[in-house]
Design a protein around this ligand. Structure first.
Ligand code: G16
Length: 545
């Protein structure tokens, strides 16, 4: 690997993408994220890394330039492994080493990675690139291209795409088209065909049921949904808001804003009982919501999405008479009511893992049908190869009409779901199809269980790494005394729970609390945020209630 490297070219190009002195960045929940102006060298170096990874696994690798839900001024990079998953954890350390290496060490670090990861120097490297709509993304993706080119890699630049579209392309390429065609057209055709097959069988719904209002977070979702509109059947009429023509990305809108603030986004005019949803900045998350006749806002988050999908799939699996192992994967942020409903009422096993789709995806792979969703609306469903083969076979050959029809619905679900990663467009179509097939209104869906009142807060501290957690982030090991304090606070309220964890995408500590009433959840969250402020080196003035 080292012998193939053109040292002169590497030196010349890395000098064009210098690392700001003294800057150290950590590989976070979904790759690197920081202010855009700090990331040029990281992008160049992730181009280098993608070439090494591609040679090591002899497959195409993806690089997405995006900071997803973060403010417009930030940017970031997500790396996509051969089947569309997030970069393998064993390579996160290499990514961190490369990102933080001083310029003169770069060649040495590349050589070390080649040795440790058995990178085959004789293999060709191929990288797919995509980017979101941030003003900084185009230039940063050019830096990625420089990194790929200097190590002799081939690339295909998809330009503006959603993150899940890039994951899909990578998977299509590495399965030689089995997963689909690696083009935007291929993506739109695959999803719309499966969607149309599904809703063909739905009872005809009233005019009001056909409409869906979508807040696109002023991001890439708006562009891609407009492109996809000609493929949509007339049964669904989508109305796009926050399309990025007027306002800033993620500013007072988008899935993260709606989930955290539990209120509607700016720029979307909501009438009582209308079905609405929000995407995030790179369209890999979605949350639904509506306003009732009294004006009260109802959020339908990732937990309720996972529940709806689980109910639907469980019924179908029972109809086809298969004993496939199904489970739901959540994180500590999952509302206690959702976990209770899934385990006790629906009788589906639930597993809790650390935040980050990479962790959920990995766990979900253990089951025939693994439904995973973060409460923030990031998730999808994975079908094992064996389950998929069985379902496709039943859809073709089963003699019993009812069983065969159920298998066909499952088969179309498999095609509609983007199994590579959470995908707002695909998830939205899955949800719309289920609501149509079950004849459910958004209110009926919401009423499946009642969320425990909850609150999410952020606290800025000098160094968020002082907080170390265990037990899927539900227990703080450090700083000393913090967990004891949280335990004492939680005891004061009924049905209460709280935890803290350092964010892996923003420079903050996140606080989650739930309790029997909204007032108690708010007070508990505030009290825990004060404990974090005092025990973990809070910055500025103490958090206000
Ligand atoms: C990313 C990850 C998600 C995670 C979120 C917040 O989302 O892909 O899995 O839930 O960050 O992570 P943290 O709490 O560590 O900041 P996105 O949509 O921003 O890519």
């Amino acid at each position: 690997c080292a012998s193939e490297m053109d040292s002169g070219a590497l030196k010349k190009y890395s000098a064009l993408h210098p690392k700001p002195a003294g800057l150290t960045l950590q590989y976070g929940t979904a790759g690197f994220r920081a202010k855009a102006e700090q990331l040029d060298h990281v992008m160049f170096r992730m181009g280098l890394l993608a070439v090494l990874r591609s040679k090591a696994v002899v497959s195409t690798i993806g690089i997405m330039v995006t900071a997803s839900h973060n403010p417009e001024e930030d940017n970031g990079v997500k790396l996509v492994d051969p089947l569309g998953e997030m970069l393998h954890p064993s390579w996160e350390e290499y990514a961190t080493q490369l990102a933080n290496a001083e310029e003169q060490e770069l060649e040495k670090i590349i050589t070390e990675i080649c040795q440790k990861a058995a990178v085959n120097q004789h293999k060709d490297a191929s990288v797919f690139i995509g980017r979101d709509t941030r003003p900084s993304s185009e230039k940063l993706s050019q830096s990625v291209i420089d990194g790929i080119s200097v190590l002799g890699g081939q690339y295909h630049d998809y330009g503006l795409v959603t993150t899940p579209q890039l994951h899909y392309m990578v998977c299509c390429r590495n399965t030689q088209g089995q997963y689909g065609k690696a083009t935007l057209e291929g993506y739109y055709e695959k999803l719309s065909k499966a969607f149309m097959e599904l809703i063909k069988q739905s009872p005809s719904s009233g005019e009001s049921q056909r409409h869906l209002k979508i807040d696109c977070a002023n991001g890439i979702g708006a562009l891609k949904l407009s492109e996809m509109e000609p493929y949509f059947p007339k049964e669904v009429l989508i109305h796009l808001y926050n399309d990025g023509t007027k306002e800033k990305l993620n500013h007072l809108c988008g899935a993260d804003f709606v989930k955290v603030h539990q209120k509607p986004p700016r720029g979307l005019d909501m009438k009582p009982n209308e079905r609405c949803c929000s995407f995030d900045g790179d369209a890999d998350r979605i949350v639904y919501y509506y306003k009732d006749a009294t004006g009260h806002f109802h959020l339908i988050d990732g937990d309720k999405i996972a529940t709806l999908i689980s109910i639907f799939l469980k019924e179908l699996l029972a109809k086809v008479g298969q004993t496939l192992k199904m489970a739901v994967v959540q994180t500590a942020y999952a509302n206690g009511s959702s976990t209770r409903y899934l385990e006790e009422t629906l009788k589906v096993p639930v597993h809790c893992v650390k935040t980050g789709v990479k962790h959920l995806h990995h766990k979900a792979q253990e089951f025939d049908v693994g439904v995973y969703f973060e409460a923030n609306g990031h998730g999808t469903v994975l079908f094992s190869k064996a389950a998929e083969t069985k379902i496709r076979q039943l859809a073709k050959e089963e003699k019993d009409d009812e069983k065969r029809e159920a298998a066909k619905v499952l088969e179309n679900m498999i095609d509609l779901i983007n199994q590579t990663v959470g995908d707002a467009v695909s998830d939205m179509l899955v949800i719309e199809a289920i609501l149509a097939l079950k004849g459910l209104t958004v209110q009926q869906w919401d009423a499946v269980y009642t969320d425990l009142p909850n609150r999410l807060l952020k606290v800025e501290v000098a160094d968020r790494r002082v907080i170390d957690t265990t037990d899927a982030e539900r227990h703080a090991l450090t700083p000393p005394g913090l967990q004891e304090k949280i335990d004492a606070l939680v005891k004061k309220y009924k049905l209460s729970r709280a935890f803290v964890r350092p964010s892996g995408t923003e420079d903050v500590v996140r606080i989650y609390a739930e309790a029997d009433t909204q007032e108690n959840a708010d007070t508990l969250a505030h009290e825990v945020s004060l404990a974090v402020y005092h025990l973990a080196g809070g910055k500025g003035t103490p958090p206000q209630p």
